[in-house]
Design a protein around this ligand. Structure first.
Ligand code: GUN
Length: 281
């Protein structure tokens, strides 16, 4: 079994990006800038944002975090986004989710210029991705995709099963696999026989948030299994895949933590650099 080392892959990607940033600096005499907006005090968001900032600095990006209290008015956030849209030193804008209930998430997402939308959540980027045009691609599925491609560069004709249909993961992941000529099945909470679907799969991507849902007898021998889940349980943090059992069957599997997570952040940096490069064309 190949234990997919997301930490190592992410470190390699960051090295490549660091080199790319130094080249861009030489060519344009400036570096890509990432601005993250963080609202409220939610612990997981605080940790993610701190990691994003640290990684951005490590590869040489200009990074800034704007923090607002939980009760901030939506209007103030939208005005700030407008200001950042017009700031030529800002290549990428990310508003950390989830947002407080009084703030309209979709309004915030749509306020970000598609050209600076490093999350790939803007309808323009969603549409471009599904039409096969150039776009920002959401960081988590992009990270999963790069991990899968490292194991199996030619995905043409492979059967892929996506567990979960979220805008954050499931839907964009499906588009990436489709682009690689996979036959993709999207499954979700109403799917009749999830086990039977999974047993057909050469590739399984699990992103539903159900602890250890995917069992060993759901997985075909030699399948690649990517676990996007981060679930807090009494055992500690576990993924959506029963790691111990599935590792005996699968060809390759991502651990939780240390699998998809580190790649997500590295892909955010990659997206920021891509946005910068497109802005310089
Ligand atoms: N919260 C959890 N994951 C993400 C992500 O990929 N982007 C943003 N903006 N917020 C998140």
């Amino acid at each position: 079994m190949i234990l997919i080392d997301g930490k190592k892959e992410a470190a390699e990607l960051r090295e490549t990006l660091k080199y790319e940033v130094s080249e861009l600096k030489e060519k344009f005499n400036k570096v890509p800038g990432l601005t993250v907006i963080l609202i409220g005090e939610m612990a997981p968001s605080q940790i993610y944002v701190r990691n994003k900032e640290k990684s951005a600095n490590e590869v040489g990006l200009k990074s800034e975090v704007i923090r607002y209290p939980e009760a901030i008015e939506e209007k103030i956030v939208l005005e700030k986004i407008k200001e950042l849209n017009n700031d030529e030193n800002v290549s990428g804008i990310l508003v950390q989710l989830p947002l407080p209930k009084h703030i309209d998430k979709q309004k915030v997402i749509e306020a970000i210029l598609p050209e600076k939308d490093v999350d790939g959540f803007h309808p323009m980027n969603v549409g471009n991705l599904s039409s096969g045009y150039e776009s920002s691609v959401p960081c988590t599925p992009l990270g999963c995709y790069l991990l899968i491609k490292k194991i199996e560069p030619n995905l043409s004709g492979k059967k892929a099963v996506m567990i979960g249909r979220s805008n954050l993961n499931g839907k964009p992941m499906t588009q990436l696999l489709l682009k690689e000529n996979c036959t993709v099945t999207i499954t979700h909470s109403k799917t009749k026989d999830l086990k039977a679907e999974c047993l057909e799969a050469d590739i399984i991507v699990a992103a539903v948030g159900i602890p250890e849902l995917v069992k060993a007898d759901w997985v075909k021998k030699d399948a690649i299994v990517i676990d996007v889940g981060i679930n807090k349980t009494e055992k500690g943090i576990v993924g959506d895949v029963d790691f111990k059992e599935v590792s005996k069957i699968a060809k390759a599997l991502t651990p939780v933590p240390g699998g998809v997570g580190p790649m997500t952040i590295a892909c955010l940096l990659k997206n920021t650099i891509e946005c910068f490069k497109r802005s310089q064309r």
